[in-house]
Design a protein. Structure first.
Ligand code: F6R
Length: 602
């Protein structure tokens, strides 16, 4: 998804902007660009593809300046071409834009623009044209930005350079922007990760705020143009998350980070000595609530599917789940005695955010489970449960998924605790999850072997029953996403209702089969596959392996689990298989084609 970096510095800003753009690569993009203002002249470079191409272009043909804005573009209006790349420069104004201007065609008429000046297919260039035009009418750039903002329908964050001014100007609505403050420079970015390392404090801009940023100071104004103050937050160093260290890819690093994350989450929210779960600042009485509604997208939605199994097993609540892009556009009969939970790694996913707004319009109490604190979703919800996984750079969600599961499991135990019926054995088992995961990671070679055996498969099936069904869906999503191989996740009981017709020896079936109450059933499903010439790989535990050995071509034995720990522990094999297969096939593991990390458009 598009990213913005702007730096106002006492020194040259170009290196810092390029570094910021590199940090935003994880969001997904297809082209990038930069513009500086030097001696009241604009200089600009744009490039299709990786940031390294933009950097090389700048090395060959240097540009410099103390004021600069940069952009990574993820195409929405128009293809990834140089013409459509930001920044857009029009006489006295250069701008970068994130978001979607819904009324961009009307704006051409409203501001009587000369259409022959519009060279790109984007919605953004029109705003640069309007800005330049209004700069001739108004003395003050703030008044220009106010006027633009008042006329736009849609979502935006903008950073502008304006000739004759030594400030960067920025504004936002529905798309995030954060200011970075430090001694010799100030900056702006769409994401904390895009800010320079020397940043000391940060300020999140609120809806419709307008900011001016120069090397020694920043000012913020509201839509009326009145000066306002916003809260400063300490900037937490992000250097550690930005390097791969000993790992080949961020995804690998993030998979291996899971024992630490999970231990951190459990120890932050649960106390083994007193058998209790502490949700920070929680004042919700779940005894007064009969329904829980969960919505999310993609991997986060799979976490919600698992939560439905868990919460209905652990509590007396009725739990409903929806894909956010579906929920937001349908009629929903909402029982007022419900609580709404949205789950999102980035906290910026547009469809999830829109569901949150819908819940609020229906006066429901809203909880968000997010990894990025201070994200739009976090700031809009009544109560925030952080997933504490740290920045996730790889586009494919890994540690954020297991972190979401851990938090949802803790939520289930917390609801039990409020009824004085917390399941102590299950609660205690959370404290050893990180050890089980360490064991799996120690032996990660086994998954490389499985990946080799899948290399030539025409298509792959993951099957599971109960809680393992959403894990099968997540396994298929991970494989598709980073290996570009077709894979289906299926509820094992559904095989005979259609997909068995596809089974042949080129289509391996991976069964997720802990020895729980569903085990004998899934063993029958595996036999159905083998009877039709299909190959089977079984992922199970020690007890399961004794019974399953004779029914499979390959077997992976995992530590023992219960209904709460199984989802987290069985997530590791699906991540590792996808990762090793992607490495083997030579795909772009951390930035798979066509995908973005933070999906801030519909
Ligand atoms: C898959 C993946 C996506 C996200 C989805 C929601 O690996 O990462 O499916 O889970 O785009 O994103 P968030 O969680 O940021 O709302």
């Amino acid at each position: 998804m598009c990213g913005i970096v702007g730096i106002a510095s006492e020194n040259d800003c170009v290196k810092g902007i390029i570094a910021g753009l590199y940090s935003l690569e994880y969001r997904g993009y297809d082209s990038s660009g930069i513009a500086t203002l030097n001696d009241n002249l604009f200089a600009s470079k744009k490039s299709i593809g990786k940031i390294s191409r933009l950097e090389n272009a700048i090395i060959k043909d240097k540009i410099s300046g103390n004021l600069g804005i940069g952009h990574t573009r993820w195409a929405t209006h128009g293809k990834p071409t140089l013409n459509n790349c930001h920044p857009f420069i029009k006489n006295n104004c250069a701008l970068v834009h994130n978001g979607i201007i819904e009324n961009f065609e009307e704006l051409v008429k409203t501001f009587a623009l000369n259409e022959t000046c519009i060279k790109s297919e984007t919605d953004s260039e029109i705003i640069a044209e309007i800005c330049d035009k209004l700069l001739n009418e108004f003395n003050n750039p703030i008044d220009v930005i106010k006027k633009i903002s008042q006329n736009i329908q849609g979502t935006f964050s903008f950073a502008f350079l304006i000739k004759g001014s030594d400030s960067i100007y920025a504004t936002r609505r529905g798309s995030p922007l954060v200011l970075g403050l430090s001694e010799n420079l100030n900056s702006i970015s769409s994401d904390v990760l895009g800010l320079p390392d020397e940043t000391r404090e940060i300020i999140f801009l609120e809806e419709n705020d307008i900011a001016t940023i120069n090397p020694s100071s920043i000012s913020i104004y509201n839509i009326k143009g009145n000066s306002i103050n916003r809260k400063k937050h300490e900037f937490v160093a992000k250097k550690d998350f930005k390097t791969k260290g000993k790992f080949m890819h961020f995804m690998e690093k993030e998979i291996f980070h899971q024992p630490i994350c999970l231990e951190d989450i459990i120890l932050n929210f649960a106390d083994k000595k007193t058998n209790s779960v502490f949700l920070p600042k929680n004042t919700i009485d779940f005894n007064n609530i009969s329904n829980i509604i969960l919505v999310a997208c993609g991997t986060a939605y799979h976490a919600c599917m698992i939560a439905k199994y868990w919460l209905e097993q652990m509590t007396d609540k009725h739990v409903s789940i929806d894909i956010a892009s579906e929920y937001r556009y349908k009629k929903n009969n909402i029982d007022k005695n419900s609580i709404a939970i949205v789950v999102s790694q980035s906290g910026e996913t547009m469809d999830t955010l829109e569901c949150l707004k819908k819940f609020r319009q229906n006066d429901l109490f809203t909880i968000s489970i997010v990894n990025v604190l201070n994200s739009s979703i976090a700031r809009m919800s009544d109560y925030v449960l952080p997933t504490l996984a740290g920045p996730e750079i790889g586009v494919a969600a890994t540690k954020s998924f297991t972190a979401q599961l851990a938090v949802l499991a803790l939520l289930g135990l917390h609801i039990q605790q409020q009824k004085n019926n917390i399941e102590k054995n299950v609660f205690n088992s959370l404290f050893s999850i990180h050890e089980s995961i360490k064991k799996i990671l120690k032996d990660s070679k086994r998954f490389e072997e499985i990946a080799h055996s899948l290399r030539d498969a025409k298509s792959i099936f993951y099957i599971g029953r109960g809680i393992m069904y959403p894990i099968a869906l997540e396994g298929a999503l991970k494989l598709k996403e980073i290996t570009y191989k077709h894979c289906e996740g299926y509820a094992a009981g559904e095989l005979k209702h259609g997909p068995l017709a596809l089974i042949e020896d080129q289509i391996p079936v991976i069964a997720l089969a802990p020895s729980d109450h569903n085990f004998s059933k899934i063993l029958s499903n595996i036999q159905e596959v083998r009877a039709r010439g299909g190959k089977s790989i079984i992922i199970t535990d020690k007890a399961g392996s004794i019974k399953a050995k004779k029914y499979c071509d390959q077997i992976i034995v995992l530590p023992d689990t219960n209904y709460l720990t199984s989802a987290i522990i069985y997530s590791l094999p699906i991540q590792l298989i996808a990762y090793h297969l992607a490495v083997l096939l030579g795909t772009d593991v951390d930035q798979p084609r066509n995908l973005a990390k933070s999906v801030t458009v519909e």
